[in-house]
Design a binder for this molecule. Structure first.
Ligand SMILES: [Fe+2]
Ligand SMILES: [Fe+2]
Length: 221
């Protein structure tokens, strides 16, 4: 367990700064996913998602401002956090540049949304004197993130055409999980002031993955 901070406002603001960076990545990715979506309905959903992610980034920026008005926001994040988030965004960017729509769904809507939901859900906003202000906003964000995750899972179930494709996406999912774990580990310093441990975050993020992307179980004979 970590020791509670004497400066919860400043520490919670740094987690919001990291979340805001993630929201901007999600916004950019959803816009690009809309360009390569296989049908109009998916394209419309993704454009709506991009607008919601922009709203989430605005909420996070606002939270940073309320909590720590003098903070430099995302630019003050530790280099390791920025690097881990950048690596994740680069991986998504590669899949999008290769027009790998289903792979981008795994990376963004399935793994990255799961990561964001775990962090947002664990954030102990009760530590902040602004907690009451955040509670309804957090509920909205969690509901919208859940809808994005659900869209990703349902789209994959519809679009995966073969076992070979499913296995390939399972491997991509494992790669994205490694990058997601790296983000959480890099954020350990930020989370240190909350009653949580990184292993628990990682475990919870994995629990939310759909079974059809999980690595095949080894059957011992
Ligand atoms: Fe979001
Ligand atoms: Fe989202």
């Amino acid at each position: 367990m970590f020791i509670a901070s004497a400066h919860p406002e400043a520490n919670i603001s740094r987690v919001f700064a990291a979340l805001g960076e993630g929201e901007r990545s999600a916004r950019d990715a959803a816009r690009k996913q809309a360009d390569i979506a296989p049908d109009g309905k998916s394209r419309r959903f993704l454009l709506a998602q991009a607008r919601q992610e922009a709203f989430h980034a605005w909420v996070c920026d606002g939270a940073v401002h309320w909590l720590a008005p003098d903070s430099a926001g995302a630019s003050a994040l530790p280099a390791a956090v920025k690097r881990a988030l950048r690596r994740y965004a680069e991986r998504i960017g590669t899949d999008l540049a290769e027009r790998e729509f289903t792979r981008s769904l795994v990376g963004m809507q399935v793994v990255f949304e799961g990561l964001g939901a775990v962090v947002l859900g664990k954030l102990d906003i009760g530590l902040s004197k602004h907690g009451k202000r955040f509670a309804p906003l957090r509920r909205i964000l969690l509901r919208q993130e859940d809808a994005h995750h659900e869209f990703g899972v349902r789209s994959l179930q519809r679009l995966i055409a073969s076992d070979a494709e499913r296995a390939g996406l399972g491997a991509a999912c494992a790669g994205y999980c490694d990058l997601s774990d790296a983000v959480l580990r890099a954020c350990s310093e930020l989370f240190g002031d909350f009653d949580a441990e990184i292993a628990e975050y990682i475990e919870q993020a994995r629990t939310g993955l759909p079974a059809f992307l999980a690595p095949p179980r080894v059957i011992l004979t």
